[in-house]
Write a protein that binds this ligand. Structure first.
Ligand code: PLP
Length: 226
């Protein structure tokens, strides 16, 4: 028997109300993803556009798909066609490309700004300074087909939970500062996506509204991808 259902029940039991679980299905089969769906989850995350599109085609249509991995501009068209939310917007150039493409497809796409909070160089995202120095309300007024819904970040991959906590704390502080500075008259800026299988409890203690969980639901990934 698969453990996917019980894993999800355990997770949901310990999650405070108002926190969304994004079931991260990268490298998992459609059958595994369907089990998560049948256990009640509706928000799924993939970090590659092609894999997202392929799974979306064979899974129930009411799944809400989040793209959580780096998006190249040449895949923007496919991403806008398939995803509800792009959690990994890591440059202004990408935000502009998403808005242009969404306008072309006659839709509005929800976006999170990914912030680089970890020590590792490999993780992408805006710096904290870039988020602080950008007038997001002005930008929102010019990019009509994207809706900036909040921030996303990944902590350093480490067992040092105090380091992880301080990274999440600075992201949460940036989130509320940005909301006050740029989205005070605009209730769209509500999401703080932080926390994965290894650190979701700390993330929630620090104010996360959205946790992206793969391993805790589906078990260890056999294929290693960054
Ligand atoms: C893979 C991935 C996750 C989930 O990781 P787990 O440790 O398996 O829960 C979350 N966020 C992003 C951006 C990922 O790439």
């Amino acid at each position: 028997m698969s453990k996917i259902g019980p894993n999800i029940q355990n997770l949901l039991k310990s999650l405070p109300p108002g926190v969304t679980v994004v079931a991260v299905t990268k490298t998992r089969s459609s059958e595994e993803a369907l089990e998560a769906y049948n256990s009640g989850l509706r928000v799924f995350g993939e970090n590659r556009v092609q894999e997202l599109t392929a799974k979306k085609a064979v899974l129930p249509p009411d799944i809400i798909w989040h793209l959580i991995g780096h998006l190249q501009t040449n895949k923007v068209r496919q991403a806008v066609a398939a995803a509800s939310v792009i959690e990994s917007v890591d440059s202004l150039r990408l935000l502009e490309a998403l808005s242009m493409e969404a306008q072309r497809q006659e839709r509005v796409i929800d976006c999170l700004l990914q912030v680089h909070i970890a020590t590792e160089e490999t993780k992408s995202g805006f710096t904290i300074g870039e988020i602080e120095q950008t007038n997001w309300s002005f930008l929102s007024g010019t990019l009509h087909s994207v809706r900036i819904r909040g921030l996303m970040g990944m902590a350093t991959f480490t067992h040092d939970m105090e380091k992880v906590r301080s990274e999440f704390r600075s992201l949460a502080r940036l989130f509320s500062e940005t909301r006050n500075r740029c989205f005070n008259n605009n209730p769209q800026f509500t999401e703080l996506s932080m926390g994965m299988s290894g650190d979701w409890k700390v993330a929630i203690e620090e104010g996360s509204t959205m946790v992206r969980i793969g391993t805790l639901i589906f078990g260890e990934r056999k294929i290693k991808i960054k």
